[in-house]
Design a protein around this ligand. Structure first.
Ligand SMILES: Nc1nc2c(ncn2[C@@H]2O[C@H](COP(=O)(O)OP(=O)(O)OP(=O)(O)O)[C@@H](O)[C@H]2O)c(=O)[nH]1
Ligand SMILES: [Mg+2]
Length: 424
């Protein structure tokens, strides 16, 4: 099966949590804080590997997760950082974020690599938060979550030459006769529904990769026929062979056909219509073709090199392929790389936690740097300031934690330096 597209889910590992703990030693009643840091979560990294040719594996295995970092431990021991997960993809794989369809990376060269989902940072243990004012901080930082994405992987086949034209003009037959490929051939439209690739060897001893794509028809850019989504497969080609049916058997005007195909190319991507193009008039074994050959030559020979061929009798194909092979020699093989369009969401500033403790029957102590910071810019004398405090406690989850610890109306909360009565 041809696999040039896949949808997968990736998740980087979460960071381990920092630990809040205190040294316990014999004869030392109140040891200092010794909570270690959480380890970082593993990232998901994509690498372009020459030994992989299709995305077929991604149809079978669709979830890729890197490990989580370990939580911090006592005695200032750090949790282990998780290994990154390396995902190998074929060279020429474009990675898009599924929702927005934006390009996150184009791994165009062997060995290209990119971190797509970053592992979450481990949280700091409480040992970092001791200050002269707060010598026994009971809070530690939580680990960050690793990034997660649904992705579309899309393989841009890197063909040197693309065969284009209306349906049934003989593109697949040409591919089968000139290359090692074995595409389906049929006397009806849209025989080819997925692109085929083949390697052509010329008498000059160079070889190139040729792509046969489904037939294009007028209106393809609006989704008529098979649409033109598959034109992306020839976006990176260096030469196009424009195949036209010279026999006129289908009652079409080959001049119009050539113009229409070029119009569709143009609408897809202007670059495509400006690629070097040669015209191959096929089915010239059919006697009726003579008139059309004349017409095409008259109209297009100033613009395009024209070949008369017959794929079924294998006539003229050597000349065509040798010519194209030589054209390629003079066209540098520059790999077209798509720029990344995806902007990673801004990661929230580090927020160091707080602790909630029940120190007496009806007495609760809340402390921590975010509390100090909030108190620093809030004037609790004012109604507005007090409203802000309530909102803050709710949003940060402090209220929830107080409830979990069993707070009742009328109990006292000590928040930093202030005390107030709790009412739900
Ligand atoms: N007489 C004659 N018939 C040909 C020639 N080349 C191809 N055909 C026939 O034309 C029909 C279409 O050939 P394909 O190679 O499948 O055409 P295609 O352009 O790939 O068609 P789609 O995949 O539908 O776009 C088949 O019946 C072929 O046998 C030729 O040179 N002469
Ligand atoms: Mg075909």
């Amino acid at each position: 099966m041809f696999a040039d597209k896949a949808k997968i889910y990736i998740k980087a590992g979460n960071g381990g949590h920092g630990l809040a703990s205190f040294r316990r030693e014999k004869y030392v009643p109140n040891g200092g804080p010794d909570g270690g840091d959480g380890g970082n979560g593993g990232s998901v990294i994509f690498v372009a590997d020459e030994n992989i040719n299709t995305l077929i594996d991604f149809r079978n295995k669709r979830h890729y997760k890197a490990g989580n970092g370990e939580n911090g431990k006592a005695k200032k021991m750090h949790g282990k950082t998780a290994d990154d997960l390396i995902v190998k993809v074929p060279v020429g794989t474009i990675i898009r974020e599924f929702e927005s369809n934006k390009i996150m990376a184009d791994l165009a060269h062997p060995g290209d690599e990119k971190v797509i989902a970053k592992g979450g940072k481990g949280g700091l243990g409480n040992q970092h938060f001791a200050t002269s004012k707060m010598q026994a901080p009971k809070y530690a930082e939580k680990g960050r979550d690793g990034r997660e994405y649904w992705l579309t992987l899309e393989l841009k086949m890197i063909a040197d030459v693309g065969l284009i034209g209306f349906p049934n003009v003989g593109k697949s037959t040409i591919l089968s006769v000139t290359s090692n490929a074995n595409p389906k051939i049929g006397n009806y439209h849209f025989t080819t529904i997925n692109p085929n690739l083949g390697v052509v060897k010329t008498k000059y001893d160079h070889s190139f990769v040729i792509a046969d794509i489904p037939g294009i028809i007028e209106g393809a850019h609006m989704g008529v026929g098979l649409g033109y989504d598959f034109l992306r497969h020839i976006e990176r080609t260096r030469v196009l062979i424009h195949v036209v049916d010279g026999s006129g058997l289908e009652g079409r005007d080959p001049i119009e056909d050539i113009k229409k195909i070029n119009e569709e190319l143009y609408r897809y991507n202007e670059r495509l219509v400006n690629l070097p193009q040669v015209i191959a008039i096929n089915k010239t074994d059919i006697p009726d073709s003579f008139e059309n050959v004349e017409k095409i030559r008259e109209k297009f020979s100033a613009t395009y090199k024209i070949f008369e061929i017959s794929a079924v009798t294998n006539t003229g194909l050597n000349d065509l392929m040798n010519y194209v092979g030589q054209m390629l020699e003079s066209i540098p093989q520059e790999v077209f790389v798509f720029e990344s369009e995806y902007e990673e969401e801004y990661e929230e500033e580090d927020e160091i936690g707080y602790s909630v403790e029940k120190t007496d029957k009806d007495y609760y102590v809340v402390e921590g740097p975010i509390v100090e910071r909030m108190l620093g810019y809030t004037n609790l004398e004012t109604e507005k300031g007090f409203a802000h405090l309530q909102k803050f406690m709710k949003e940060k989850g402090i209220i929830n934690e107080l409830k979990q610890k069993g707070i009742q109306d009328g109990d006292t909360v000590k928040l930093g330096d202030i005390e107030f009565e709790y009412f739900n």
